[in-house]
Design a protein around this ligand. Structure first.
Ligand code: SF4
Length: 495
């Protein structure tokens, strides 16, 4: 799966957006009076840019007021030196966005601001509320007005609507009503809050900065960038407050079954991050090891689909003892474009993004390792590119199980099951569709083994339909399901 330059809904497909699941956001916060908090937040967002490229924003508390700046696009497109300089303050929270609930519009960019009894606040959210429509309906019935369409605004309005005198009390009250995945960074007068849903679906960590400063971040990779040290993860159902009094925490709601998204280990998180104390890079390497044991094949070369599958392919090569090498070179300078795609342009898109390395491919039997296949729309053209370059055999090895079910916890799968190739076709049918000589997926047991923690720590619902947080029927039943049900009913009548 390609991993960068996602541009949202309409592009050539050069960025690989047409066959990638995008994580729903990155959150970064800093409590550090006397430091250049806006600048550090910008660096933090830069480190988390892979988690969202549709929008970016920063909100800063300067001791008297809350200021914010947001926009559509990458952090580097939204901010410049002058904007950052004008945002001097003591506490900041920042956000990079990829949309799930709510479209990619300016009003849906984050952080989103609100006003409570304690003063102003701003919320940055990674995840997705599965009951946001019902909550919004209830709030609107109470006369509360909305200006955006995202679930983050629902969170802000819920917090505003409580009678609590403190931000912690208001957030705890709001959490009683929120269902789904949410990792939040919240800036309020004199405080930075880190909040995680009762199942801990999306990661959220706390770090220490320059002795008395604090960091909140979706991923630990952003700690290294600014020289902060990891302290601990925010626990499921917990509110952590970082202020002049140091770190304090409260269990706001009872924790549920731990359900960290296992896809963070496969693809979403940066390989230099740690989750649950486990190295994402090492987990990916072990996925490659186990894939080689589970699905061996004779070949001359093991190659990754660049760049997200690098550690997976390296692991496969280490165990198989087949030489590792590059077979596709990625153009790193493909940028966002908004020309409506058609199939011809999509085909061109893969060629714009990847070039085959004939010297490594001609006459060879090649094992191509990728981290996942979502829709299968880019894998077929990749196989074609390799064949055109002279590869004699092409064996696809995927270091995750087939993705058969949509995600409702912060990944955009709005098109439902019908977009997932493994929901429509069997593995042999997918192989035939992609025109590879063989195709094997890592099984779920080996995936969990590679991460090195019990399965009960994880959400694996997109592979096995075991949704840890019950999903309301109205959003779970997709058009695809309805079509299937209709087909079944028609077949029964015909039979
Ligand atoms: S359904 Fe899949 S992508 Fe979504 S949280 Fe669960 S494991 Fe992650």
């Amino acid at each position: 799966m390609f991993e960068d330059t996602a541009c949202g809904r309409s592009c050539f497909g050069w960025c690989g957006e047409d066959d990638a699941w995008r994580d729903a956001c990155g959150v970064f916060g800093i409590y550090a009076p006397g430091e250049d908090v806006a600048n550090f937040t910008y660096f933090g967002l830069y480190a988390l840019q892979h988690r969202g490229q549709e929008g970016a924003g920063i909100a800063v508390w300067d001791g008297k007021s809350l200021r914010h700046h947001k926009g559509l696009g990458l952090a580097a497109q939204v901010f410049n030196e002058q904007i950052i300089e004008d945002m001097a303050g003591d506490i900041a929270v920042g956000h990079v966005r990829y949309s799930t609930t709510g479209g990619n519009t300016f009003v849906n960019t984050q952080p989103m601001v609100g006003e409570g009894k304690w003063g102003p606040f701003a919320v940055a959210h990674n995840g997705n509320l599965i009951n946001s429509a019902a909550l919004r309906h209830d709030l609107e019935a109470r006369g509360i007005e909305f200006h955006a369409t995202s679930d983050t605004e629902v969170i802000v309005k819920l917090i505003e609507a409580t009678d609590e005198a403190t931000i912690e009390g208001a957030v705890a009250e709001a959490m009683k009503h929120m269902r789904g995945a949410y990792s939040l960074g919240i800036v309020a007068p004199g405080k930075l809050l880190a909040v995680r849903d009762p199942n801990g679906v999306r990661p959220l960590a706390v770090g220490q900065f320059n002795g008395s400063g604090w960091i909140v971040t979706s991923e630990t990779c952003a700690l290294h960038v600014i020289g902060a040290e990891f302290v601990r993860e925010v626990q499921p159902g917990e509110i952590v407050t970082l202020s002049a009094d140091g770190l304090s925490a409260m269990q706001a709601v009872d924790p549920g079954r731990k359900s960290c998204c296992i896809f963070e280990f496969i693809y979403f998180a940066r390989p230099d991050s740690h989750i649950y104390g486990k190295s994402v890079y090492m987990a990916r390497l072990r996925m490659g090891h186990l894939l080689a044991q589970q699905a061996p094949v004779e070949a001359d070369l093991v190659m990754p689909v660049p760049e997200s599958a690098l550690p997976h392919a390296m692991g496969y090569a280490q165990v198989s003892k087949i030489p590792y090498g590059e077979g596709l070179i990625k153009n790193r300078y493909i940028f966002r474009t908004f020309i409506a795609p058609d199939q011809r342009l999509r085909d061109l898109g893969v060629k714009m993004k990847l070039s085959p390395l004939r010297e490594n491919l001609a006459g060879r039997r090649v094992i191509v390792v990728d981290d996942s296949i979502v829709r299968g729309t880019t894998t077929g053209p990749e196989v074609e590119l390799l064949r055109e370059a002279g590869a004699r055999e092409i064996h696809l090895r995927i270091s995750s199980p087939p993705i058969k079910y949509p995600c409702f916890y912060g990944i955009d799968t709005s098109a439902g099951r019908k977009e997932l190739i493994a929901a429509r076709l069997t593995v042999p049918e997918i192989r035939a569709h992609l025109n590879s000589d063989s195709l094997e997926y890592l099984d779920i047991k080996n995936l969990v083994k590679a991460v090195g923690l019990p399965k009960t720590n994880f959400c694996t619902a997109c592979f096995d339909r075991q949704y840890p947080i019950p999903v309301p029927r109205e959003i779970k039943v997709t058009k695809f399901d309805l079509e299937k049900a209709k087909e079944k009913a028609e077949a029964e009548v015909a039979g």
